[in-house]
Design a protein around this ligand. Structure first.
Ligand SMILES: [Zn+2]
Length: 447
């Protein structure tokens, strides 16, 4: 027993003496994962006089050979090591947003964001595939070494949000007997798309019979969410209310807003324009294209000059007429005097208004004053004040010409306009642009 132990110890001593003084550390064949830094395990040599040759790129899969050469006692001894750089790591796919996405029932899928990276494959973005399979989005990327990653995103197709429906005008509405019922309409929006064509309006309003009626507005979105609103309509014994909305002193930056509001309500107005700059020429053209009337106000709006003589007035009028004509091709014969025909600002030239009103009549123009003043000429008045004063000024059952302004200082007018229109549509007012057929509304000349 004891002898056997001694034999084993002696055998180990012999092996130790035989171990080569120049040898590799680590294995002669190394499998190395691509994309990670490679550190040579090195060698053992008594004097360290060893050169290592051979190149290795840990980013490029392949088989590399490293050669270790030991020069000693005028002898050369070489050892080699094989390094196999292997790409066994699949690409990494990361998604922006939640793995489960709530999307509208019929909406096309909009990718919230996808990123793919790979340890060694710089072309991996080109190898990404996105497939829509039922309610799943499947992302697959296979790198140049054939490693594949797959990530799945789940789509929850649902619309839990009801449409937002609101009425233009008021919830109650008066319709004059024998007038045509003009439904003021509605506004609708939905988180899952445009429903403006899907509102069902149902009513049995009979304008030839005095009485109470109900208009029902119903809209259902793709998720089956339904909203219903009603409007109470009363047919009353009253003559039709006709309203001409007129805007002086534009166009300006405020005119665009005014045009937007008029378009929203589907009504036409009249713009008595001035020429201050060419900055809003396109706005004036837009007004014509959208069916509004362009009337002539003044080229300069300089009272001292305009009312200094009949010739001075006519020359100013010709200036604005030519300007409108050059932009629109329309030779407008509808005008409004600066300050109105009843102005006293021209008193410095006695009788001038009597002369110019007669002159423009003789030339075939139709001039318009107003019978409803909005008070928007005073720039300190708020939109609520302007709306309130206009609504108080409207007389039901007659023709109303409303004086408003859309010059640069009249921002509040544009804000007041929806309030005014909500009222007008709620009395079923007939809102019209002035034409040459419109009966003139004129003040009594004071000078
Ligand atoms: Zn003016």
């Amino acid at each position: 027993m004891k002898l056997r132990w001694i034999g084993l110890v002696m055998l180990l001593m012999v092996l130790g003496a035989c171990q080569d003084p120049f040898r590799l550390k680590g294995s002669a064949t190394i499998l190395h994962e691509a994309g990670t830094p490679f550190t040579d395990p090195g060698f053992v040599a008594p004097d360290n006089q060893v050169t290592v040759s051979g190149s290795l790129d840990p980013m490029v899969p392949g088989t590399y050979t490293l050669t270790y050469t030991w020069e000693h006692d005028e002898k050369t001894t070489s050892l080699t090591r094989t390094v196999r750089v292997l790409d066994r790591t699949p690409p990494e796919i990361t998604l922006d947003g939640d793995l489960t996405q709530v999307v509208c029932p019929l909406a096309p899928y909009a990718e919230p964001g996808i990123h793919v990276s790979d340890a060694v494959d710089s072309e991996i973005a080109r190898r990404l595939r996105i497939r829509l399979e039922g309610n799943s989005v499947v992302y697959t990327a296979t790198d140049a070494s054939g490693n594949t990653s797959t990530v799945v995103r789940t789509l929850l197709r649902q619309d839990l949000q009801a449409p937002v429906l609101s009425l233009k005008g008021y919830e109650t509405m008066d319709v004059p007997l024998n007038a045509s019922f003009r439904d003021p309409g509605y506004r609708v929006s939905d988180n899952c798309g445009d429903l403006s064509d899907r509102v069902v309006v149902d009513h049995n309003v009979d304008p030839t019979t005095i009485g109470d009626y109900t208009v029902t507005y119903t809209v259902t979105d793709d998720g089956g969410n339904t909203v219903t609103l009603t409007r109470d309509v009363t047919v009353i014994d009253e003559a039709e209310t006709i309203v001409y909305l007129t805007f002086d002193d534009g166009p300006s930056l405020n005119t665009e807003t005014v045009l937007d509001v008029l378009a929203d309500y589907g009504v036409k107005a009249t713009f008595f324009v001035v020429k201050r700059s060419s900055r809003y020429d396109e706005t004036l053209i837009r007004a014509v294209q959208e069916g509004h009337t362009i009337g002539l106000h003044t080229y300069s709006h300089d009272y001292d000059r305009i009312y200094s003589s009949v010739d001075a007035y006519l020359s100013d009028l010709q200036g604005i007429s030519d300007h409108v004509y050059s932009l629109t091709g329309i030779r407008s014969m509808i005008l409004r005097f600066p300050g109105g025909s009843s102005n006293r600002i021209s008193d410095f030239n006695p009788g001038i208004m009597t002369k110019v009103t007669a002159k423009v009549n003789a030339l075939g123009y139709h001039y318009f004053d107003w019978n409803v003043s909005s008070g928007d000429g005073n720039s300190t008045n708020t939109a609520e004040f302007i709306a309130h004063r206009t609504i108080l000024g409207i007389k039901r059952g007659r023709v109303n010409v409303v004086l408003l302004h859309d010059g640069g200082g009249s921002a509040e007018t544009a804000v007041a306009l929806p309030l005014i229109l909500d009222y007008l549509v709620s009395i079923n007012a007939l809102i019209l642009p002035i034409t040459m057929e419109t009966p003139v509304v004129q003040h009594e000349v004071q000078n």
